[in-house]
Write a protein that binds this ligand. Structure first.
Ligand code: ASP
Length: 590
């Protein structure tokens, strides 16, 4: 830590080579032990903890040390000394030294805290968020936010060196729905009109390409008024970037090097490049999800060809009606217990699949409800296709292909957890590409964009755009880390005609499209370069690298699951005068 007029060193910096130096330290009293004669204080600042000793030989320091309590803010004047050998603390980086206090000033006392900082006790999250400034004092939270800072710096340095320009885009923008609900900001100067907070800088970064900046990035705050899920926040941060005159491989290659740089700088680990690429179809077929976790095997195999004509009626019926028979080989689990199997069946049924059939390959042959209905040739083919051997368990689902896939995908994840197949500290990245451009939304009765409406279709699929829209693939890419989507992007449409064709498919009339995205369509008429980009969910990425389970633990001031800020008490009511100024009247639902 930099010396200031108040202090000479950071508490955590003192080492053997400082012995004999006189120092001034500032910080919080982490712990106090009064041994009658000597008073020991653990003094803490961001750099760490050091032991301070106050002895009766320095009476004023001793008396002051007797009076301090946990989390008092103090300044210590003293001399660094080597600790006697038997009191060296190998757990502390400063454990070989201590500071003998000559003087101790209380800069600020502290009330008794709602929870202890020093004990590392588990504190209920509501209390942590209510007293976030105390929670953030805890070493684990300090670690997380420093890691976040270093990742952000690494991203900035890398992208700047690659010729990207950091450009801020506004937070008060026009409503241009991109899927989620917007946060509205009423305009005082324009009664009845609203700004919205951006869901992402998507359109503005595309416009920056039209403006000729070639490469843009931003650590962008995004706002989405959605119902929150485990790792969602109403506001979150993206590393957002966009590049001109690129093909998809350029974006992927750049992103891979960015990620590798960040991991290297922050964790000192090498990730191997290039990342494996899976098409959306492959990901669903082999892993049952478009966010495959590649830290473990357990691949899904399609057995429709092999079992679709077998003696098992269910398999025949499903295969004849266009469904699929899919299987998961679970090594060495032939003896899996009834209870475990039942739980897996339940998991599959909650996923909407009809059921889960098991087949145990025991030393006495195949066992399980379908065993006797399989012809020997079929059993051999099943084993050859899945790689199953004696001692293994095979789990099968027969259903509509997507449902069979996603059900087994859930089983795969559950098995990995319960059978402890996930190696600690592993980072496995993969790309998922060739997403469908569109999905059909039965509730809205129309097609919707799978990524967003500005994503370019794969060229060779263009002829099917109107005739068979669901078959059209997109030049879109998601980056997945350990089963979590950490980035998504695409090559964009840069021609007005194609953009308008897509809007028509999405059931956006030219008037509506113009009303919402007129500025983009207009910009595209003045020489838009081919361009594409990606945005990384920064909070999630930090969470995974910090080894945390929730993004709340890597955000300084997060909201709760119900979108409230417990420390500030937001959202709150506002003064009626403030409402009048922005021309808003509150209508209470009866
Ligand atoms: N704007 C997109 C998103 O927020 C990312 C992108 O396509 O670059 O998901």
């Amino acid at each position: 830590m930099r010396p200031t007029r108040m202090r000479t060193h950071g508490c955590g910096e003192l080492r053997v080579q400082h012995a004999g130096q006189s120092v001034r330290l500032c910080g919080w009293v982490h712990r106090r032990r009064d041994l009658g004669g000597l008073v020991f204080l653990d003094l803490r600042d961001r750099s760490g903890i050091v032991q301070v000793v106050a002895s009766p030989e320095a009476p004023s320091a001793h008396a002051a040390a007797q009076g301090v309590r946990a989390e008092y803010v103090v300044r210590v004047h003293g001399t660094v000394a080597l600790r006697p050998a038997h009191t060296v603390n190998p757990k502390l980086p400063t454990g070989e030294v201590e500071v003998r206090a000559d003087r101790l000033e209380v800069l600020n006392p502290a009330r008794t805290l709602p929870f202890e900082i020093a004990s590392g006790e588990v504190v209920e999250e509501g209390v942590r968020l209510r007293y976030r400034y105390l929670d953030l004092r805890r070493p684990s939270m300090q670690h997380n936010l420093l890691l976040r800072h270093r990742l952000a710096q690494a991203a900035r340095a890398f992208l700047s060196a690659e010729g990207f320009v950091e450009i801020e885009t506004p937070h008060l923008i026009r409503a241009t729905p991109e899927g989620a609900r917007d946060f509205l900001v009423p305009s005082r100067l324009h009664p009845g009109k609203f700004y919205v907070l951006p869901q992402s800088p998507q359109l503005l970064k595309q416009i920056l390409m039209v403006a000729g900046f070639d490469r843009y990035f931003q650590l962008a705050r995004c706002f989405r008024d959605e119902d929150l899920r485990a790792d969602r926040q109403p506001e979150f941060t993206q590393i957002d970037l966009e590049m001109s005159f690129v093909e998809q491989d350029d974006v992927l290659e750049l992103s891979e090097r960015l990620v590798a740089h960040m991991v290297r700088e922050v964790l000192g680990q090498e990730v191997s490049l290039p990342f494996p690429r899976l098409t959306y179809r492959e990901a669903l077929t082999r892993y049952g999800t478009d966010k495959p976790d590649l830290r473990y095997g357990l691949e899904i195999t399609d057995l429709t060809e092999i079992l679709g004509h077998s003696g098992v009626r269910l398999f025949r019926e499903v295969a004849e009606s266009g469904g699929a028979v899919r299987a998961l080989r679970v090594p060495d689990q032939a003896a899996m217990g009834r209870k475990f199997l039942d739980e897996l069946v339940e998991l599959v049924t909650t996923e909407g699949a009809r059921g889960l059939v098991h087949l145990s390959l025991t030393h006495n042959g195949a066992r399980g409800p379908i065993a006797k209905h399989l012809a020997p040739g079929e059993l051999d083919a099943l084993c050859a296709a899945t790689g199953a051997r004696t001692g293994d368990l095979v789990l099968l689902v027969a259903d509509a292909p997507e449902r069979a896939a996603s059900a087994l995908g859930k089983v795969r994840q559950e098995l990995a957890r319960r059978l402890d197949l996930i190696p600690a500290g592993a980072y496995r990245f993969c790309w998922v590409v060739e997403f469908p451009l569109l999905e059909y939304d039965p509730e809205e009765g129309r097609y919707v964009a799978k990524h967003h409406p500005f994503t370019a279709p794969v060229d060779e699929d263009l002829p099917h755009l109107e005739s068979d829209p669901l078959r059209v693939r997109a030049k879109a890419h998601d980056l997945v880390l350990n089963g979590v989507e950490i980035a998504g992007g695409s090559i964009r449409i840069h021609q007005r005609e194609l953009q308008e064709r897509i809007f028509r498919l999405l059931d956006l009339t030219p008037e509506r499209a113009h009303e919402r995205f007129g500025f983009l369509l207009e910009a595209f008429q003045y020489g838009a370069p081919p361009h594409g980009g990606i945005a990384f969910g920064f909070d999630r990425f930090v969470m995974l690298l910090a080894g945390e389970k929730t993004i709340r633990d890597v955000i300084a001031f997060p909201k709760t699951a119900s979108a409230t800020d417990l420390m500030m008490g937001a959202p709150s009511e506002v003064d009626p005068e403030q409402l009048r100024e922005v021309h808003i009247a509150i209508v209470r639902e009866p």
